[in-house]
Design a protein around this ligand. Structure first.
Ligand SMILES: CC(=O)CC(=O)SCCNC(=O)CCNC(=O)[C@H](O)C(C)(C)COP(=O)(O)OP(=O)(O)OC[C@H]1O[C@@H](n2cnc3c(N)ncnc32)[C@H](O)[C@@H]1OP(=O)(O)O
Ligand SMILES: NC(=O)C1=CN([C@@H]2O[C@H](COP(=O)(O)OP(=O)(O)OC[C@H]3O[C@@H](n4cnc5c(N)ncnc54)[C@H](OP(=O)(O)O)[C@@H]3O)[C@@H](O)[C@H]2O)C=CC1
Length: 293
């Protein structure tokens, strides 16, 4: 019988973690949300509240539904708070060492039958599974940003992932009214294998002086009907994540076509990570975003 996921733990209350918490709570699931500091947790809860309030003001949910969803999310300071979870999703920083440490620390504190998942954008599911005590109950559940809006979730099995784990993950994403696609466990899976080289190429176009930030974004918005220009999207995703995905592609596929653009490296080294640090290819500190090149 397929495991019924009712209580979900989430590690990381950043833009993805809080988005996943939002959609789970809105779908009636109980959520336990964890992050490294009380500050980060409070920021995550405030973002969820803001996004739910916007849904109320647009009439897509009622005030009672907003309050009920918020009440279903319990911030937890330690992994002991995950003791009653059926599923725990790791959605922390895109860094393999950090993710492995989280998984190692988590395992003794969650139920032996609980499923563990990662929202990684690019890292091998099989390698992350090997850091756990239950590779057969480990899977990639890759949400897209912004989670409350984007329809797709990629499911990625590691080499050891068993069928009941896959079926439980599929039933869970169906409860969230998302559409799933299945990807094999290759670097960056399907969406990011295609999307991130396009973004990296846009940064090369900027680096080589072919166009300005504004002309590149306008070209792709109006010339290819993309909802956001590639540099605007890079800032939205986070330049640290973009760089990390390109590094995983470059290392994992050993092809120079995936070489991260040196300008992307420079922005990340400067701490200009996009919207989350208020500066990236655009400066967000004023009323309207201003291109930084
Ligand atoms: C890196 C990875 O591993 C994988 C990835 O996720 S790659 C990134 C994938 N995402 C994309 O490519 C996003 C591209 N951009 C878009 O689709 C659109 O610009 C967008 C949906 C983000 C915003 O669309 P828009 O029409 O400009 O915005 P707007 O009209 O203000 O909002 C549309 C809806 O989105 C919601 N929304 C917008 N931004 C949001 C956010 N950050 N969080 C939550 N909800 C948001 C709004 O509340 C609104 O909801 P309702 O329809 O229920 O009222
Ligand atoms: N951004 C995107 O568009 C998408 C990202 N993803 C993936 O989702 C994951 C999260 O990304 P995103 O939400 O954007 O990143 P963010 O940087 O917004 O959030 C990551 C959060 O994890 C926290 N964190 C770091 N270490 C730990 C830890 N040991 N325990 C608990 N929390 C921790 C960070 O805290 P602090 O900042 O204090 O270190 C931060 O609050 C990544 O794997 C990313 O690749 C997937 C799809 C889309």
């Amino acid at each position: 019988m397929t495991m019924d996921i009712r209580t979900v733990g989430i590690v990381g209350a950043g833009q993805m973690g809080n988005g996943i918490a939002h959609v789970c709570a809105a779908a009636g699931l109980n959520v336990r949300l964890n992050d490294v500091s009380a500050d980060r947790l409070n920021q995550g809860m405030a973002t969820i509240n803001g996004n739910l309030a916007r849904q109320v003001s647009r009439g897509s949910i009622s005030e009672d539904e907003r309050r009920a969803a918020l009440d279903r999310i319990q911030p937890v300071k330690t992994y002991e708070g995950f003791a009653d979870c059926d599923l725990v999703i790791e959605a922390a920083t895109e860094n393999e060492e950090i993710k492995r440490k989280i998984l190692v620390d988590l395992c003794p504190l969650v139920r032996p039958d609980a499923i563990l998942a990662t929202n990684t954008s690019s890292i091998s599911i099989t390698r992350l599974a090997a850091a756990t005590d239950r590779p057969e109950r480990f899977i990639g559940i890759h949400f897209m940003n912004p989670v409350p809006v984007m329809q797709l979730v990629e499911l990625i099995r590691g080499i050891a992932t068993e069928d009941p784990t896959f079926e439980a993950a599929r039933a869970f994403t169906a409860k969230l009214h998302k559409t799933t696609t299945v990807s094999e466990d290759f670097p960056a899976f399907i969406v990011n294998r295609i999307l991130l080289p396009m973004i990296n190429e846009a940064i090369y176009v900027l680096y080589e002086g072919v166009g300005s930030v504004e002309s590149i974004d306008t070209a792709m918005r109006l010339g290819a009907n993309h909802p956001m220009g590639p540099l605007q999207l890079a800032d939205f995703i986070g330049l640290d994540i973009c760089l990390s995905v390109m590094q995983v592609l470059h290392d994992g596929l050993a092809d120079t076509k995936y070489r991260p653009c040196p300008l992307l490296v420079k922005y990340v080294e400067a701490g200009w990570l996009g919207r989350k640090t208020k500066r990236g290819f655009y400066d967000y500190r004023g009323e309207n975003p201003v291109p930084t090149r």
